[in-house]
Design a protein around this ligand. Sequence first.
Ligand SMILES: Nc1ncnc2c1ncn2[C@@H]1O[C@H](COP(=O)(O)OP(=O)(O)O)[C@@H](O)[C@H]1O
Ligand SMILES: [Mg+2]
Length: 358
Amino acid sequence: MRIQALVLSNFRNFREITIKCSEKFTVITGPNGSGKTSVLEAIYYLSRGRSLRTHVSQQMLRHDSQTLCVHACLEDAAGRLTEVGIQRDQSGAVSVRQDGQDCASCSVITEILPILLLDTDSHRVFASGPKHRRAFIDWGGFYHFGDFAKIWRDYKRTLAQRNTALKTGQNTLEHWDTLLIQFGLKLNTARQQYLKDFAIFFEKFWSELGKGLPAVHLHYDPGWPATKSLAEALSLNRCGDEQAGFTRYGPHRADVCCLVEGRSVFDVMSQGQQKLMAYALSLAQGAVLAKHRNKRSVYLIDDLPAELDSVRRSGVMSALVQTGMQVFVTSIQTESIISELKDSSSYQIIDLSDMYSG
Ligand SMILES: Nc1ncnc2c1ncn2[C@@H]1O[C@H](COP(=O)(O)OP(=O)(O)O)[C@@H](O)[C@H]1O
Ligand SMILES: [Mg+2]
Protein backbone atom coordinates (compact mmCIF):
# COMPACT_ATOMS: atom_id res chain seq x y z
CA MET A 1 0.00 0.00 0.00
CA ARG A 2 1.17 3.51 -0.72
CA ILE A 3 0.08 6.80 0.74
CA GLN A 4 -0.84 9.17 -2.08
CA ALA A 5 -1.81 12.10 0.06
CA LEU A 6 -2.04 12.91 3.70
CA VAL A 7 -4.08 15.53 5.53
CA LEU A 8 -3.32 16.41 9.16
CA SER A 9 -5.77 18.56 11.10
CA ASN A 10 -5.04 19.90 14.58
CA PHE A 11 -2.19 17.45 14.89
CA ARG A 12 0.68 18.77 17.07
CA ASN A 13 1.81 22.10 15.55
CA PHE A 14 -0.25 21.66 12.36
CA ARG A 15 -3.62 23.34 12.13
CA GLU A 16 -4.11 21.86 8.69
CA ILE A 17 -1.55 20.56 6.25
CA THR A 18 -1.92 18.52 3.08
CA ILE A 19 1.06 16.52 1.93
CA LYS A 20 1.26 15.05 -1.54
CA CYS A 21 3.52 12.05 -1.14
CA SER A 22 6.05 10.56 -3.49
CA GLU A 23 5.52 6.94 -4.49
CA LYS A 24 9.10 6.42 -3.39
CA PHE A 25 10.91 8.88 -1.12
CA THR A 26 9.20 11.74 0.66
CA VAL A 27 11.93 13.77 2.32
CA ILE A 28 10.59 15.95 5.13
CA THR A 29 12.85 18.79 6.09
CA GLY A 30 12.75 21.95 8.17
CA PRO A 31 14.38 23.34 11.31
CA ASN A 32 14.02 21.85 14.78
CA GLY A 33 10.45 22.04 15.97
CA SER A 34 8.95 22.50 12.50
CA GLY A 35 6.99 19.23 12.75
CA LYS A 36 9.09 16.68 10.82
CA THR A 37 8.71 13.93 13.42
CA SER A 38 5.06 14.90 13.85
CA VAL A 39 4.34 13.99 10.21
CA LEU A 40 5.79 10.51 10.82
CA GLU A 41 3.90 10.31 14.09
CA ALA A 42 0.65 11.09 12.26
CA ILE A 43 1.21 8.26 9.75
CA TYR A 44 2.10 5.92 12.59
CA TYR A 45 -1.01 6.98 14.49
CA LEU A 46 -3.18 6.34 11.45
CA SER A 47 -1.87 2.78 11.14
CA ARG A 48 -1.43 1.80 14.78
CA GLY A 49 -3.89 3.98 16.69
CA ARG A 50 -1.19 5.16 19.08
CA SER A 51 1.68 7.59 19.11
CA LEU A 52 5.23 6.57 18.38
CA ARG A 53 6.62 8.80 21.12
CA THR A 54 4.13 9.17 23.94
CA HIS A 55 1.71 7.01 25.88
CA VAL A 56 -0.51 10.05 26.25
CA SER A 57 -2.34 10.24 22.95
CA GLN A 58 -3.93 13.52 24.03
CA GLN A 59 -0.58 15.25 23.53
CA MET A 60 -1.00 14.86 19.78
CA LEU A 61 -4.04 17.13 19.80
CA ARG A 62 -3.05 20.66 18.87
CA HIS A 63 -3.26 22.98 21.88
CA ASP A 64 -6.61 24.79 22.12
CA SER A 65 -8.22 22.48 19.54
CA GLN A 66 -11.21 20.16 19.85
CA THR A 67 -10.47 17.29 17.47
CA LEU A 68 -7.45 15.96 15.64
CA CYS A 69 -7.71 14.09 12.40
CA VAL A 70 -5.31 12.21 10.16
CA HIS A 71 -6.71 11.37 6.77
CA ALA A 72 -5.01 9.56 3.91
CA CYS A 73 -5.68 8.45 0.40
CA LEU A 74 -4.08 5.04 -0.10
CA GLU A 75 -3.31 3.23 -3.32
CA ASP A 76 -2.75 -0.52 -3.57
CA ALA A 77 -0.47 -2.29 -6.05
CA ALA A 78 -3.34 -2.60 -8.56
CA GLY A 79 -3.99 1.16 -8.44
CA ARG A 80 -7.19 0.88 -6.37
CA LEU A 81 -7.75 3.82 -4.06
CA THR A 82 -9.15 3.82 -0.57
CA GLU A 83 -9.68 6.70 1.85
CA VAL A 84 -8.92 6.14 5.52
CA GLY A 85 -9.01 8.41 8.52
CA ILE A 86 -8.68 8.47 12.27
CA GLN A 87 -10.14 11.16 14.46
CA ARG A 88 -9.74 11.81 18.15
CA ASP A 89 -11.50 14.40 20.22
CA GLN A 90 -10.68 16.17 23.47
CA SER A 91 -12.49 13.54 25.53
CA GLY A 92 -10.35 10.80 23.99
CA ALA A 93 -13.14 9.35 21.82
CA VAL A 94 -11.67 7.83 18.67
CA SER A 95 -13.37 7.10 15.38
CA VAL A 96 -11.88 5.27 12.43
CA ARG A 97 -13.31 5.41 8.93
CA GLN A 98 -12.66 3.77 5.62
CA ASP A 99 -14.34 5.07 2.48
CA GLY A 100 -16.95 6.90 4.51
CA GLN A 101 -17.88 3.86 6.64
CA ASP A 102 -17.21 3.59 10.37
CA CYS A 103 -14.77 0.84 11.32
CA ALA A 104 -14.91 -1.13 14.56
CA SER A 105 -11.26 -0.43 15.34
CA CYS A 106 -8.06 0.86 13.84
CA SER A 107 -6.89 -2.70 13.17
CA VAL A 108 -8.64 -2.35 9.81
CA ILE A 109 -6.05 0.28 8.86
CA THR A 110 -3.21 -1.58 10.62
CA GLU A 111 -3.98 -4.53 8.38
CA ILE A 112 -3.85 -2.62 5.10
CA LEU A 113 -1.09 -0.16 5.99
CA PRO A 114 1.94 -1.92 7.50
CA ILE A 115 4.33 0.64 8.95
CA LEU A 116 7.97 0.10 9.79
CA LEU A 117 9.48 2.79 11.97
CA LEU A 118 13.16 3.56 12.37
CA ASP A 119 14.21 6.43 14.55
CA THR A 120 17.34 7.39 16.44
CA ASP A 121 16.24 5.10 19.29
CA SER A 122 15.11 1.97 17.41
CA HIS A 123 18.27 -0.01 18.12
CA ARG A 124 18.25 1.00 21.80
CA VAL A 125 14.61 -0.06 22.12
CA PHE A 126 15.48 -3.41 20.57
CA ALA A 127 18.38 -3.78 23.00
CA SER A 128 16.35 -2.69 26.01
CA GLY A 129 14.47 -5.91 26.70
CA PRO A 130 12.63 -9.00 25.48
CA LYS A 131 9.28 -7.19 25.50
CA HIS A 132 10.33 -5.06 22.54
CA ARG A 133 11.92 -7.98 20.73
CA ARG A 134 8.73 -10.00 21.17
CA ALA A 135 6.78 -7.06 19.77
CA PHE A 136 9.12 -7.15 16.80
CA ILE A 137 8.48 -10.86 16.09
CA ASP A 138 4.77 -10.41 16.70
CA TRP A 139 4.55 -7.53 14.22
CA GLY A 140 5.77 -10.05 11.65
CA GLY A 141 3.49 -12.82 12.93
CA PHE A 142 0.47 -10.51 12.73
CA TYR A 143 0.97 -9.91 9.01
CA HIS A 144 2.35 -13.36 8.22
CA PHE A 145 -0.59 -15.37 9.58
CA GLY A 146 -4.24 -14.35 9.30
CA ASP A 147 -5.11 -15.89 12.69
CA PHE A 148 -2.04 -14.73 14.63
CA ALA A 149 -3.79 -11.87 16.46
CA LYS A 150 -6.61 -14.18 17.53
CA ILE A 151 -4.19 -16.86 18.80
CA TRP A 152 -2.36 -14.16 20.78
CA ARG A 153 -5.61 -12.87 22.29
CA ASP A 154 -6.70 -16.41 23.23
CA TYR A 155 -3.30 -17.07 24.79
CA LYS A 156 -3.28 -13.79 26.74
CA ARG A 157 -6.80 -14.34 28.06
CA THR A 158 -5.95 -17.88 29.20
CA LEU A 159 -2.71 -16.69 30.78
CA ALA A 160 -4.61 -14.06 32.78
CA GLN A 161 -7.06 -16.74 33.94
CA ARG A 162 -4.25 -19.12 34.93
CA ASN A 163 -2.55 -16.31 36.85
CA THR A 164 -5.78 -15.57 38.71
CA ALA A 165 -6.11 -19.27 39.55
CA LEU A 166 -2.50 -19.31 40.82
CA LYS A 167 -3.10 -16.27 43.02
CA THR A 168 -6.44 -17.37 44.44
CA GLY A 169 -5.63 -21.11 44.75
CA GLN A 170 -8.58 -22.08 42.52
CA ASN A 171 -8.75 -25.72 41.55
CA THR A 172 -8.86 -24.94 37.81
CA LEU A 173 -5.18 -25.06 36.90
CA GLU A 174 -5.46 -28.32 34.92
CA HIS A 175 -8.08 -26.73 32.70
CA TRP A 176 -6.09 -23.53 32.10
CA ASP A 177 -2.90 -25.51 31.49
CA THR A 178 -4.57 -27.53 28.74
CA LEU A 179 -5.72 -24.35 27.00
CA LEU A 180 -2.48 -22.49 27.61
CA ILE A 181 -0.52 -25.33 26.02
CA GLN A 182 -2.91 -25.46 23.07
CA PHE A 183 -2.70 -21.72 22.30
CA GLY A 184 0.93 -21.43 23.40
CA LEU A 185 2.15 -24.09 21.01
CA LYS A 186 0.26 -22.49 18.12
CA LEU A 187 1.81 -19.14 18.95
CA ASN A 188 5.25 -20.67 19.22
CA THR A 189 4.95 -22.54 15.91
CA ALA A 190 3.82 -19.37 14.13
CA ARG A 191 6.71 -17.36 15.58
CA GLN A 192 9.24 -20.03 14.66
CA GLN A 193 7.92 -20.20 11.11
CA TYR A 194 8.01 -16.44 10.78
CA LEU A 195 11.57 -16.25 12.10
CA LYS A 196 12.68 -18.99 9.72
CA ASP A 197 11.35 -16.99 6.74
CA PHE A 198 12.69 -13.78 8.26
CA ALA A 199 16.23 -15.06 8.89
CA ILE A 200 16.86 -15.61 5.17
CA PHE A 201 16.19 -11.94 4.43
CA PHE A 202 17.98 -10.69 7.52
CA GLU A 203 21.15 -12.53 6.51
CA LYS A 204 20.95 -11.02 3.05
CA PHE A 205 20.49 -7.44 4.29
CA TRP A 206 23.07 -7.80 7.03
CA SER A 207 25.69 -9.12 4.60
CA GLU A 208 25.03 -6.04 2.40
CA LEU A 209 24.73 -3.34 5.07
CA GLY A 210 27.20 -4.79 7.56
CA LYS A 211 29.85 -5.65 5.00
CA GLY A 212 33.08 -6.39 6.87
CA LEU A 213 31.27 -6.89 10.18
CA PRO A 214 30.87 -10.32 11.80
CA ALA A 215 27.80 -12.45 11.03
CA VAL A 216 24.83 -11.98 13.35
CA HIS A 217 22.97 -15.12 14.34
CA LEU A 218 19.34 -14.92 15.49
CA HIS A 219 18.54 -17.28 18.33
CA TYR A 220 14.90 -17.79 19.29
CA ASP A 221 14.10 -18.57 22.91
CA PRO A 222 10.49 -19.84 23.12
CA GLY A 223 10.08 -18.76 26.76
CA TRP A 224 10.69 -22.09 28.46
CA PRO A 225 13.74 -24.41 28.72
CA ALA A 226 14.65 -25.94 25.37
CA THR A 227 15.07 -29.40 26.95
CA LYS A 228 11.42 -29.49 28.07
CA SER A 229 8.04 -29.40 26.39
CA LEU A 230 5.73 -26.51 27.33
CA ALA A 231 3.52 -29.03 29.22
CA GLU A 232 6.52 -30.24 31.23
CA ALA A 233 7.72 -26.70 31.93
CA LEU A 234 4.28 -25.74 33.28
CA SER A 235 3.75 -28.84 35.39
CA LEU A 236 7.31 -28.97 36.79
CA ASN A 237 7.16 -25.32 37.78
CA ARG A 238 3.64 -25.24 39.13
CA CYS A 239 4.65 -24.97 42.81
CA GLY A 240 7.03 -22.12 42.03
CA ASP A 241 4.31 -20.43 39.95
CA GLU A 242 1.89 -20.74 42.87
CA GLN A 243 4.41 -19.10 45.18
CA ALA A 244 5.17 -16.36 42.65
CA GLY A 245 1.48 -15.87 41.82
CA PHE A 246 2.07 -15.83 38.09
CA THR A 247 3.15 -18.05 35.19
CA ARG A 248 6.90 -17.89 34.77
CA TYR A 249 7.28 -19.94 31.59
CA GLY A 250 5.58 -19.78 28.21
CA PRO A 251 5.50 -17.81 24.96
CA HIS A 252 4.81 -14.59 26.90
CA ARG A 253 8.48 -14.89 28.01
CA ALA A 254 9.89 -15.56 24.52
CA ASP A 255 12.86 -13.64 23.20
CA VAL A 256 14.98 -13.41 20.12
CA CYS A 257 18.67 -12.93 20.81
CA CYS A 258 21.05 -11.43 18.27
CA LEU A 259 24.42 -13.09 18.72
CA VAL A 260 27.90 -12.51 17.36
CA GLU A 261 30.05 -15.55 18.02
CA GLY A 262 27.79 -16.50 20.90
CA ARG A 263 27.77 -13.05 22.54
CA SER A 264 24.96 -10.53 22.48
CA VAL A 265 25.40 -7.89 19.78
CA PHE A 266 24.47 -5.30 22.38
CA ASP A 267 27.66 -6.11 24.30
CA VAL A 268 30.02 -6.23 21.36
CA MET A 269 28.77 -3.77 18.75
CA SER A 270 29.03 0.01 18.66
CA GLN A 271 25.87 2.14 18.65
CA GLY A 272 26.36 2.83 14.94
CA GLN A 273 26.70 -0.89 14.17
CA GLN A 274 23.60 -1.66 16.24
CA LYS A 275 21.78 1.02 14.34
CA LEU A 276 22.82 -0.62 11.11
CA MET A 277 21.49 -3.90 12.43
CA ALA A 278 18.17 -2.22 13.22
CA TYR A 279 18.00 -1.19 9.54
CA ALA A 280 18.81 -4.75 8.41
CA LEU A 281 16.09 -6.13 10.72
CA SER A 282 13.55 -3.65 9.45
CA LEU A 283 14.42 -4.15 5.79
CA ALA A 284 14.07 -7.89 6.33
CA GLN A 285 10.64 -7.44 7.92
CA GLY A 286 9.41 -5.47 4.92
CA ALA A 287 10.93 -7.98 2.49
CA VAL A 288 9.29 -11.02 4.17
CA LEU A 289 5.93 -9.33 4.05
CA ALA A 290 6.36 -8.42 0.38
CA LYS A 291 7.54 -11.91 -0.59
CA HIS A 292 5.14 -14.05 1.44
CA ARG A 293 2.05 -11.85 1.67
CA ASN A 294 2.51 -9.57 -1.29
CA LYS A 295 2.10 -6.56 1.02
CA ARG A 296 4.11 -3.41 0.75
CA SER A 297 5.16 -1.71 3.94
CA VAL A 298 5.71 2.00 4.40
CA TYR A 299 9.00 3.00 6.02
CA LEU A 300 9.11 5.92 8.44
CA ILE A 301 12.67 7.01 9.10
CA ASP A 302 13.29 9.79 11.55
CA ASP A 303 16.63 11.48 11.06
CA LEU A 304 18.41 9.05 8.75
CA PRO A 305 21.96 10.46 8.87
CA ALA A 306 22.23 10.19 12.65
CA GLU A 307 25.05 7.93 13.82
CA LEU A 308 25.77 6.43 10.40
CA ASP A 309 28.93 7.25 8.48
CA SER A 310 28.57 8.21 4.83
CA VAL A 311 29.42 4.72 3.51
CA ARG A 312 26.88 3.00 5.75
CA ARG A 313 24.27 5.67 5.10
CA SER A 314 24.78 5.18 1.41
CA GLY A 315 24.33 1.40 1.87
CA VAL A 316 21.08 1.93 3.77
CA MET A 317 19.74 4.33 1.15
CA SER A 318 20.59 2.00 -1.68
CA ALA A 319 18.94 -0.96 0.10
CA LEU A 320 15.82 1.15 0.68
CA VAL A 321 15.74 2.27 -2.95
CA GLN A 322 16.01 -1.34 -4.11
CA THR A 323 13.01 -2.42 -2.05
CA GLY A 324 10.88 -0.06 -4.16
CA MET A 325 8.80 0.65 -1.07
CA GLN A 326 7.50 4.00 0.01
CA VAL A 327 9.76 5.81 2.42
CA PHE A 328 9.15 8.91 4.53
CA VAL A 329 12.40 10.25 5.82
CA THR A 330 13.07 13.33 7.91
CA SER A 331 16.28 15.30 8.01
CA ILE A 332 17.44 18.80 8.83
CA GLN A 333 19.69 18.72 5.79
CA THR A 334 18.49 16.98 2.66
CA GLU A 335 21.69 16.89 0.58
CA SER A 336 23.03 13.64 2.01
CA ILE A 337 19.74 11.93 1.22
CA ILE A 338 19.08 13.44 -2.17
CA SER A 339 22.61 12.71 -3.37
CA GLU A 340 21.74 9.02 -3.07
CA LEU A 341 18.55 9.42 -5.09
CA LYS A 342 19.85 9.87 -8.59
CA ASP A 343 16.52 10.20 -10.31
CA SER A 344 14.66 13.36 -9.28
CA SER A 345 11.31 11.70 -10.04
CA SER A 346 11.97 9.26 -7.20
CA TYR A 347 11.56 11.80 -4.43
CA GLN A 348 9.55 14.71 -3.20
CA ILE A 349 10.82 17.27 -0.71
CA ILE A 350 8.42 18.67 1.85
CA ASP A 351 9.94 21.73 3.45
CA LEU A 352 8.27 22.65 6.73
CA SER A 353 10.34 25.81 7.29
CA ASP A 354 7.23 27.97 7.33
CA MET A 355 5.80 25.86 10.14
CA TYR A 356 8.61 26.84 12.47
CA SER A 357 7.11 28.65 15.39
CA GLY A 358 9.92 29.03 17.80
N1 LIG B 1 -0.11 19.40 21.12
C1 LIG B 1 0.63 20.34 20.53
N2 LIG B 1 0.05 21.48 20.08
C2 LIG B 1 0.78 22.44 19.46
N3 LIG B 1 2.10 22.32 19.21
C3 LIG B 1 2.71 21.19 19.61
C4 LIG B 1 2.02 20.16 20.30
N4 LIG B 1 2.88 19.15 20.57
C5 LIG B 1 4.07 19.58 20.10
N5 LIG B 1 3.98 20.79 19.52
C6 LIG B 1 5.02 21.56 18.83
O1 LIG B 1 5.10 20.97 17.56
C7 LIG B 1 6.41 21.11 17.03
C8 LIG B 1 6.71 19.81 16.34
O2 LIG B 1 7.75 19.08 16.90
P1 LIG B 1 8.49 17.92 16.12
O3 LIG B 1 7.55 17.21 15.24
O4 LIG B 1 9.20 17.15 17.16
O5 LIG B 1 9.51 18.77 15.22
P2 LIG B 1 10.83 18.32 14.48
O6 LIG B 1 10.81 16.84 14.35
O7 LIG B 1 10.76 19.04 13.18
O8 LIG B 1 11.95 18.82 15.32
C9 LIG B 1 7.28 21.55 18.17
O9 LIG B 1 7.61 22.90 17.93
C10 LIG B 1 6.39 21.42 19.41
O10 LIG B 1 6.63 22.43 20.33
MG1 LIG C 1 12.19 15.43 15.10
